[in-house]
Design a binder for this molecule. Structure first.
Ligand SMILES: C[S@@+](CC[C@H](N)C(=O)[O-])C[C@H]1O[C@@H](n2cnc3c(N)ncnc32)[C@H](O)[C@@H]1O
Length: 276
C-alpha cells in the first residue's frame, strides 16, 4: 500500500468536506497540483494546518470562495497558442460554414480570453451571428470577469501579437476601446454568449454542440476525471462534431478515443466519427 503523508490525508478529508458542504468536487484533481495550491493558500492566509483551513472553509462560505481562487488556475490569454486558432480558421471553419446554425462550447473559459478569441474569429468568418457560444467555468469570479470582457492594457501588445499570428484579418484594436488602464472588448462580441457555472466533475450534457474547445483544464485532473470529461464531450457533440483540447493534452489513452478521428493532429483537434 502506498504510504500517504499526513498532509495528503488531511487534504483528502478537506476535499471530501468541500464536496459534502458545497457540492464542488475536487477529489479527482491531480493530487500534486492540489497540494501545491492548498499549501500556497495556507501560507498566504497564515493558516498553520490543513485541519484549521478545513474548519474555516466548512464554517464560512467566504473562506471557501477564497480557497477556490487558489485551487483554480485562471491563467489564459487571447489567442493563446495562436496556431490553434489559425488551424481552426483554416481547417474547421470551412466545415462549420456548411451548418445552418452552430453551438460552440468553451469549457473552462476562465476570464473569457479564449471565448472572445473564438468570437472574433467567428465574426471575421461571418459565423458569429448564427452561433450560440456557451462559456462555462466553476469559478464565479472568473465568469464575472468573462462577462465584463475587460483586461489590463499592458496585455494588449501580447494579445495583438497572438491575434496576428493566429491569422487575424483586421487590427486587434478594432475590437476594443482603451480606458482607465484597461482594454474593454466590444460588447457585441458577447451578444450570443451564455455564461454559466458548469462543472466537468459533476455536471452533464446541456446542449448538442458542434465544436467544443477545452484547453489547459484537463491537465489539472486525474485520469478518472479526464475520462469523465471526455465522455461528457463525446456525448455533447452532435453528428461529426469537433473537439479541440490543445497540443498539451491527448485523447489517445481515453475510452472515447475510438469514437473520434484525429482531424488536426498537432493542435489536437478531433472529429467525431460517423456512428458504426
Ligand atoms: C488555466 S485555465 C484555462 C483557460 C482557457 N481555457 C485557456 O486555455 O486559456 C483553467 C480553467 O479551468 C477551470 N476549471 C477547473 N476545474 C473545472 C471544472 N471542474 N469544470 C469546469 N471548469 C473548471 C478553472 O476555473 C480555470 O478557469
Amino acid at each position: 500500500m502506498v504510504e500517504l503523508e499526513t498532509i495528503d490525508i488531511e487534504i483528502r478529508l478537506l476535499l471530501e468536506g468541500i464536496f459534502i458542504r458545497y457540492g464542488a468536487d475536487f477529489r479527482d484533481y491531480s493530487p500534486a497540483s492540489v497540494r501545491r495550491r492548498v499549501v500556497l493558500a495556507m501560507e498566504k492566509g497564515g493558516i498553520p494546518s490543513v485541519s484549521q483551513l478545513q474548519e474555516r472553509v466548512l464554517a464560512r462560505p467566504e473562506a471557501f470562495d477564497s480557497l477556490l481562487q487558489f485551487l483554480l488556475v485562471p491563467t489564459s490569454e487571447m489567442f493563446r497558442d495562436p496556431s490553434y486558432f489559425r488551424t481552426i480558421r483554416e481547417t474547421v471553419v470551412p466545415l462549420l460554414k456548411t451548418y445552418p446554425s452552430l453551438k460552440i462550447w468553451v469549457a473552462g473559459c476562465s476570464n473569457g480570453e479564449e471565448l472572445y478569441s473564438l468570437a472574433i474569429l467567428l465574426r471575421e468568418e461571418g459565423l458569429l451571428e448564427k452561433t450560440i457560444l456557451y462559456a462555462t467555468d466553476i469559478n464565479p469570479k472568473a465568469l464575472e470577469r468573462a462577462k465584463n470582457g475587460i483586461y489590463p492594457i499592458d496585455l494588449a501588445p501580447k494579445f495583438t501579437d497572438n491575434y496576428q499570428k493566429a491569422g487575424g484579418r483586421a487590427a486587434f484594436s478594432d475590437y476594443y476601446r482603451a480606458g482607465y488602464g484597461s482594454i474593454i472588448l466590444d460588447a457585441s462580441l458577447r451578444t450570443n454568449v451564455v455564461f454559466a457555472d458548469h462543472s466537468l466533475a459533476t455536471d452533464n450534457v446541456f446542449a448538442e454542440i458542434q465544436f467544443i474547445s477545452c484547453r489547459n483544464v484537463l491537465i489539472y485532473f486525474n485520469r478518472k476525471l479526464q475520462d469523465r470529461s471526455f465522455r461528457l464531450f463525446a456525448d455533447s457533440l452532435g453528428f461529426r462534431g469537433f473537439l479541440g483540447i490543445g497540443s498539451k493534452e491527448t485523447l489517445r489513452f481515453s475510452n472515447v478515443y475510438p469514437e473520434f478521428e484525429e482531424f488536426a493532429a498537432v493542435e489536437r483537434i478531433y472529429r467525431k466519427r460517423r456512428a458504426v
